[in-house]
Write a protein of this length. Structure first.
Lengths: 658, 553
């Protein structure tokens, strides 16, 4: 071994393993995080050490290190800067920001781009470009769940939002994080704050004392006096629909669990928040963690789960620490652990960090990831989480916001909660608005209480000076785009885009979805090919690659939109794009198939003229030669193990510089 | 078989026809039974179903239900089916009562075309140099369901090629369709979870950790089940196009398991050995050690001519001299070492020779015992010890009498020794001991320390050059078949033995190997009513499996 493992790190490692009493393998990601935090990267030797520690084969760890982009096999710079690449940030200039940061850090990006173009075994991510002196490194990463304050970046573990591109150099010396910075904006008059009641409120802190001062854990006390069945019934009555994207009725999901069966039940909070355009869970996690914990303990009691995990995306390192601290506080005060508040109910919650993979948001991918594997979603049937979930036991996966809603349902009763919003679309929703509006941000409103037009023009202050609305993605980047000027027939009424009430059912009736609540607004200055290419790059990067249509199709669509942008579009490309989308959607293991094809299908259908205008070549550009038969037979050895992370693949030329 | 646990039969509609299947039947299997073949890549009946290739998509439906949960009956008196709007995979679900399946609707055909196109866009299309050509499911299905012209205009993803995953298996990751069959085989069957996937998305690649390569003795099974040419046998690579190979169904002789195999040969040369499905013996697997152990058959040094005292002679002469030498020795001064690698037919004739020569308890076989691997490699490395015991070529403790024979040779009480397919120096004798013998009659295929001292040397056939039967460690009677011809003047062992018996004791009326079996079946009750043809390709259970397993312990 070429490394010395300090006793402190070893203790942390051993402690992490205890969080997974069912399977040591689950500790793979935590160990990799601890290791990288200490040593800066994951060396080949460490892969073997970690595998041995967890009684696994080394390939099991290698599989993870190459799957999760946050893990590096080569050192980054002493300060590592991750700039968000995804749509809302691109609209706010993130490509120029990344270039400016690289320049300030003395990094020649073209060198890294050339290297990556010649790399026989490209790794899937954007390269970690390191300065010659090793002081700095820059990396493009996907949506950091803060699209309303774009452009954003992470400097090591610190988070920075609303970055002024002219001040890019200051990122190199960043000392303070914005992650918990309250913005102290008064709620808009149209808002109804329930879950976000304490978010960005002056003087509100994320510690237990403050939470208790605001009446915290009263609902837990109340819930513990109820029967679990009564709680499930209240949630059913409330009509609460999941806030993670699919909108499945929460009470119905819970009632799939047969209490008292031979297998234990687990509850998992989905805090992976990675759907581009979505940035709501991050505020709860950073500013009001006890609300989430209280909601979770109540939910655990209702479904008889004695062990629960919070799967938090890897890009929330501060968030993970905040939640861990809150859990410790709750444990110390008897809100968590053995015999909670004297009720006889035991419940333990642990934080589990992801490592930069969007697919971990899909509930079965999340479960695989929590089991210490590549986040490969499972086939359903037979692996419905409520039956064969974590460790093949009944498991409930709920979004952060959904679990917080549970607390409020207990507080006011299911029937009262059901009165908020509209029938079948009850409660409040946190709408996350980003892109080309004057006041992007989050707005908690009664479901359906305002229209798209009111949201954009009244609440968000309309479009920027002199601009007009062109398109809106209403529910996270995977929702089908809506075009300004379009009309929709909904129940005998004709609606314009501005007329659509922001509820689940109407948005679905207009051919898109309310999804995760992420509304991305594009004005008339935006090229739709460019926007779609940004989205396609996201999905090509995030496909887990397990099933054929998505693995092959997502990258193919991105290659075509990129070629069209580069001026190599052929006449048949627009049709081809749609056909590829058709061949993916509905034919894959998980809903990522739809998520990656809906943008392409809808952008090309609705903005066809923009695509055909750029797709005029009769034949495609020439291709590099394939291997000859002789070359193939000659026993040339090409490494079986991908070269350490560090080289990107293909061109990473920014769309914005074209 | 008891009928107490009768399996429930379910009504399933496949392409409009109602059929019945036992509960627990996979949809894809039910379709196959209904002669509706569904193309598939990742599904393998012996492995778990990951459902990742999406090739087996079909339309599926369940009976429409009335509000009180009774099936809605249509005009034809059959339940009406509510079709699921999206295609469903058929490899991971079992049939259910009233289920409907459409295997060839326009939707299904579109799905297959789409998946085929996706699989081919990043594929190198190097069929002209690919070993899998001819048995590649990618080629096969792309002709059947694909769409011919490529619509892919962009750069393909480059992946590692010519990678040694282990000492015997080579990977071309560009050809791999990531079906994970190889991974699942290693994990679920070979219990050596050493293959994984590295990278992500379109860049996914099969790999082993460099410190933990694919060394398992079952590694070549991954080559068999790889539906494309991504995994190839390093031994077979680029040697022969598979469609030129002549195939012979036979059994393995490297241990007492008797795995069922197929020998692929061309122009009398063996190129490869692959497992042949037999759920009662080896499933569809075969250890590498067994499948690669055939090179000696084509060895230059094979014994090709009968010899007497080192001089080549005609067969007639060799047999006559051998018979004369044996007759010249008394019963007490004659011993015989037979082989538990011989067929039942050969052992039966050997037994008759022992009787004609009145050899009394001075005969045995040489045992070969190794470490069993808990899977297909049996502790008994002889393929027909059971037959040798049954036909009384040895006691219940094979090799028990070898010491007595060795002592006899050493102290001069034994003067004539017959060695049939065995090297006596492996039975406790030295070359000096052998030199003391007046007569050493040896039948074998390759030179060894015993053949070097043979007074009469009779060149015989290897296991793949002849027909016959053997009984495995579990008491199953199975058939050997001929794949290639023996070299030179070498003859079939049973014919040599027949001629020897004839020369010792007169005519015996055996003209075909079938006659030998018939004669044996008339005398040995276990073989009663059987014949070589009745054994069939999959063999028959001859003895009580449990008892044989006990006895083997
Ligand atoms: C590709 C994909 C990504 C997803 N990402 C998230 C996510 O980041 N956060 C989340 O809560 N749900 C996400 N989901 C939805 C989850 O699968 C699951 O439906 C949800 O966590 C259930 O919680 P809910 O019922 O409370 O909404 C995603 C789904 C898919 C298909
Ligand atoms: S659809 Fe995409 S993300 Fe989902 S399992 Fe298939 S390859 Fe993975
Ligand atoms: S190497 Fe062959 S068996 Fe293994 S995943 Fe690839 S195609 Fe499937
Ligand atoms: S934070 Fe950059 S797009 Fe979401
Ligand atoms: S065979 Fe069914 S998905 Fe592969």
């Amino acid at each position: 071994m070429f490394f010395h493992i300090p006793a402190e790190l070893l203790a942390q490692i051993d402690e992490a393993i205890t969080h997974y009493p069912v399977s040591r393998r689950s500790a793979s990601l935590p160990l990799l995080h601890l290791w990288q935090e200490h040593f800066g990267f994951i060396s080949d030797e460490s892969i073997k050490w970690i595998a041995a520690k967890l009684e696994l084969e080394p390939i099991h760890i290698l599989e993870l290190v190459t799957f999760y982009p946050m893990f590096r096999r080569v050192p980054a710079g002493k300060r590592h800067i991750r700039v968000c690449r995804t749509l809302s940030c691109q609209l706010a200039g993130s490509y120029a920001l990344r270039d400016a940061v690289a320049q300030a850090a003395g990094i020649d990006l073209t060198k890294w781009q050339e290297d990556s173009a010649h790399h026989a075994n490209p790794e899937h991510g954007n390269p970690v470009a390191v300065s010659a002196d090793g002081k700095y490194s820059v990396e493009f990463v996907e949506c950091l769940a803060s699209c309303g304050s774009a452009p954003v970046a992470m400097v090591d573990d610190l988070f920075k939002e609303n970055i002024d591109i002219n001040e890019a150099a200051s990122l190199l010396k960043l000392e303070k994080s914005d992650a918990t910075l309250p913005k102290v904006l008064p709620p808009h008059a149209r808002e109804r704050r329930l879950v976000f009641k304490n978010i960005d409120v002056a003087g509100y802190t994320n510690d237990l004392a403050c939470y208790l001062k605001h009446g915290g854990y009263a609902e837990l006390k109340k819930a513990l006096t109820m029967t679990p069945d009564a709680i499930v019934n209240e949630v059913k009555t409330s009509g609460l629909r999941g806030r993670g994207g699919a909108g499945f009725p929460c009470g119905v999901k819970w009632s799939f669990i047969k209490r008292g069966g031979p297998k234990p039940t687990y509850l998992i909070c989905n805090a992976d928040e990675s759907e581009p355009g979505t940035f709501k869970d991050r505020y709860i996690v950073h500013q009001d963690p006890h609300q989430l914990i209280e909601g979770m303990v109540i939910s655990c009691f209702a479904v008889d789960a004695k062990l629960a995990y919070i799967y938090i995306r890897g890009e929330f390192p501060e968030g993970a620490r905040i939640v861990e601290k809150a859990l410790a506080e709750a444990r110390a005060k008897g809100f968590l652990g053995k015999n909670i508040l004297g009720s006889g109910f035991d419940c333990e919650i642990y934080v589990h960090r992801g490592a930069g993979a969007y697919i971990c948001g899909e509930e079965t991918g999340l479960i695989e990831s929590l089991e210490g594997k590549r986040a490969y979603p499972r086939i359903k049937p037979p692996y419905f989480p409520a039956v064969l979930g974590l460790y093949m036991c009944p498991t409930i996966v709920n979004n952060v916001e959904t679990l917080c809603d549970v607390k409020h349902i207990i507080a006011m009763g299911g029937a009262e909660f059901a009165k908020i919003g509209k029938p079948n679309n009850t409660g409040t929703r946190i709408l996350c608005v980003s892109g080309d509006v004057v006041k992007p941000g989050y707005y908690e409103v009664e479901v359906g209480s305002l229209t798209m037009g009111e949201l954009i023009y009244d609440v968000c202050g309309g479009l920027k000076e002199g601009r007009t609305l062109k398109a809106v993605i209403p529910g996270g980047s995977s929702a089908k785009v809506l075009k300004a000027g379009e009309t929709y027939k909904v129940k005998d009424k004709t609606l314009t885009l501005e007329d659509i009430p922001m509820d689940f059912d109407t948005i679905a009736a207009c051919g898109s979805m309310a999804g995760s609540g992420g509304v991305i607004v594009m004005d008339d200055s935006r090229g739709m090919v460019e926007c779609l290419n940004n989205i396609n790059e996201f999905y090509a990067h995030e496909s887990c690659g397990q099933c054929t249509p998505c693995r092959e199709g997502a990258l193919w669509m991105k290659k075509i939109t990129e070629r069209i942008l580069d001026g190599g579009g052929t006449e048949r490309d627009p049709d081809m794009l749609v056909k590829i989308g058709d061949n993916i959607a509905g034919k894959t293991i998980c809903a990522f198939g739809e998520a990656c094809s809906w943008p392409t299908q809808s952008f090309v259908a609705k903005f066809r003229d923009e695509f055909t205008a750029k797709s005029t070549k009769e034949s495609p550009p020439p291709m590099p030669p394939e291997y000859t038969s002789e070359e193939l037979i000659a026993n040339e050895k090409i490494e079986s193990i991908p070269a350490p992370r560090g080289n990107g693949h293909e061109v990473m030329a920014p769309a914005a510089t074209r | 078989m008891s009928t107490a646990t009768e399996v429930q039969m379910l009504n399933v509609q496949i392409d409009g026809v109602w059929l019945q299947f036992p509960k627990g039947t996979r949809v894809i299997e039910a379709c196959k039974q209904a002669a509706k073949f569904i193309p598939h890549y990742c599904y393998h009946e012996k492995l778990t179903s990951p459902g990742n290739c999406r090739m087996c998509l079909v339309e599926m439906g369940m009976p429409k239900m009335t509000p009180d949960r009774k099936p809605v009956i249509g005009a034809d008196g059959k339940p009406e089916i509510g079709w699921i709007p999206r295609p469903q995979i058929s490899c991971a679900q079992d049939v259910a009562e009233g289920m409907g399946i459409r295997t060839s609707s326009p939707m299904v055909e579109e799905c297959r075309k789409g998946v085929m196109e996706f699989l081919l866009i990043n594929h190198p299309l190097d069929c002209p140099i690919c070993d899998q050509a001819g048995e590649c499911k990618l080629q096969e299905y792309s002709v059947e369901v694909g769409q011919g012209e490529s619509r892919f205009l962009d750069h393909k993803v480059k992946k590692p090629k010519n990678v040694e995953l282990g000492p015997r298996v080579t990977l071309d990751a560009e050809r791999c369709i990531l079906c994970t069959r190889c991974i699942r085989f290693m994990k679920e069957v070979a219990k050596d979870d050493c293959i994984g996937i590295v990278e992500r998305g379109s860049y996914n690649s099969i790999a082993c950790h460099p410190d933990k390569p694919l060394v398992s003795n079952y590694s070549l099974n991954t080559v068999d089940i790889c539906p494309v040419g991504a995994l190839t046998s390093t031994d077979f690579r680029f040697k022969m196009r598979v469609w030129f190979l002549k195939e012979a169904k036979t059994i393995d002789v490297n241990c007492g398991t008797g795995a069922n195999i197929t020998i692929g040969s061309r122009e009398n040369v063996i190129y490869r050995i692959t497992p042949r499905d037999n759920d009662d013996v080896n499933g569809c697997w075969l250890p590498d050690s067994h499948r690669l152990n055939f090179k000696y058959v084509g060895d230059e040094r094979r014994l090709k001519a009968p010899m007497v005292k080192g001089e080549p002679v005609e067969w007639r002469t060799a047999i006559a001299i051998a018979a004369e030498m044996l007759k010249a020795h008394s019963t007490a001064s004659t011993a015989l070492i037979a082989s538990a690698r011989a067929t039942n037919e050969e052992l039966w004739l050997t037994r008759r020779l022992i009787d004609e020569l009145e050899i009394d308890k001075q005969h045995d076989v040489i045992p070969r015992i190794g470490e069993p691997d808990g899977m297909l490699v049996a502790a008994d490395r002889n393929p027909n010890t059971t037959g040798a015991k049954l036909l009384d070529l040895c006691t219940n403790r094979p090799g028990y009498r070898l010491k007595k024979i060795a002592d006899g040779v050493r102290n001069g009480s034994i003067k004539a020794l017959v060695c049939l397919g065995e090297d006596a120096t492996k039975a406790g004798l030295t070359e000096d001991d052998l030199k003391k013998l007046d007569a050493l009659i040896v039948m074998d295929i390759l030179p060894n320390k015993t053949t070097a001292h043979a007074t009469v040397l009779l060149p015989a056939s290897a296991w793949c050059e002849k027909r016959g039967s053997m009984i495995n460690v579990k008491g199953r009677l199975q058939r050997l078949n001929k794949a290639v011809n023996a070299p030179g003047q070498a003859r079939d062992d049973w014919e040599i033995l027949r001629d020897l018996i004839q020369a010792v004791s007169g005519s015996n009326g055996l003209y075909l190997i079938e006659d030998v079996f018939k004669q044996m079946a008339a005398k040995v009750k276990e073989f009663a009513n059987l014949s070589l043809s009745k054994i069939g390709d999959l063999g028959v259970q001859l003895l009580d499996e449990k008892k044989e397993e006990e006895a083997a312990k």
